[in-house]
Design a protein around this ligand. Sequence first.
Ligand code: LFR
Length: 480
Amino acid sequence: ERHKTFAAVDLGASSGRVMVGRVGPGALDLTEAHRFPNRPVRVPDGLRWDILSLYAGVLDGLRAAGQVDSVGIDSWAVDYGLLDADGALLGNPVHYRDTRTEGVAEQVWATVPAAELYAATGLQYAPFNTLYQLTAARSTAQLAHAERLLLIPDLLAYWLTGEAGTELTNASTTQLIDPRTREWAHDLAGRLGIDLKLFAPLRRPGDPAGHLTPRVLEETGLAGPVPVTTVGSHDTASAVAAVPAVGERFAYICTGTWSLAGLELAAPVLTEASRAANFTNELGLDGTVRYLRNIMGLWLLQECLREWDHPDLGELLRAAAEIPSLRSVVDAGDAAFLAPGRMPARIADACRASGQPVPGSRAEITRCILDSLALAHRRAVAEAQELADHPVDVVHIVGGGTRNELLCQLTADACGLPVVAGPAEAAALGNVLVQARAQGLVGDRASMRRLLARTQPLRRYEPRGDAAVWRAAQDRLIRP
Ligand code: LFR
């Protein structure tokens, strides 16, 4: 029988993992080989990723995974490492939540107005888009000495294989790609003084990305040759590829540190209304567009848990379920929640400022966060359908948030649509399936999705109650 195994390296903002996927005719299963924390470090000059500890986690994970037929890597987007002419890393990659990009967008817009930027790239405004990060870094010695810029998954692939490339789905989050041609936006980069020669050549999901070097083989105990395959290296691209949907009338919400809520489209939506609503057109598998909005996501809760010294989550969620719904809500799309720290107080402040009851207990704050996320999900799903003229019958939730039953139910209630929740490890599954497809084990996107629907445990939530209550809650946030 034709079965093959694939290692999926999947790095999230709070943990990394190496998963092993086994794929055969009609079969797909996933097991965890290794999981490790991702702990950003605040040094005097700002917030940094601990990239060496992440790379060590990847090597440990490959050793634990054992012999595989290929390796694929995905991670969060927009961030990068710079290499000098010898190929050495210049400093620790800057975290997208670092404050260096504050006020930078306004400088960029003075050269290229926001409307032109959107027309050229289709990307939502987010302070951390690579374009703004590079502008913030403009006069640094580090950038002046850089010969190469590698996005995080491409940097790890470079260390594993010695070969440099720029994977397209993740490149689309730099805000330097034209979503219509799916090539670099040369004119825009030129006007902003960004040197596109820093980037290694583009490669696409499914393309070969080299082989583990002899040194890496030795260190992981694997027998060569082990190919590395380009996957949707933006974790959200891999997660969307693993949405177990049937047909095209579906919305998805990729949950985790972020909630990324939207649609899979054949072409970008670049209208002024779409820009005003801050929807993004990131690139997905096979030339698709991930038309979505970034919502702060479970980051809001993670930051509270950190502040509260990690109480039992199950208990807290049970208590939150008992609190009456929609007493107070905050705008979970607000970039004011981007930076770490003091999250319970910031949420209380936002409720106070909008004249709502101020949540006091941990359960009340948790309920406020989950209601607010469900509300933001509702709004994104409704607006995406309208802006893209693409109606849906079902909302798929994938990623870590599928384990939060209250969030899934509230999202079904708020959207007034059935929710299908699962798989939780969507990014890793999308990563595995693209590798399997490169080796001829699975077919097109639709057949990948059928395989997921048949093999992965999914849970369905029907909408309860009155959708009008949610509409009224939304009106509390959107003031004319
Ligand atoms: C999710 C994600 C989002 C991106 C954010 C920052 O993990 O990749 O898609 O907007 O992280 O990179």
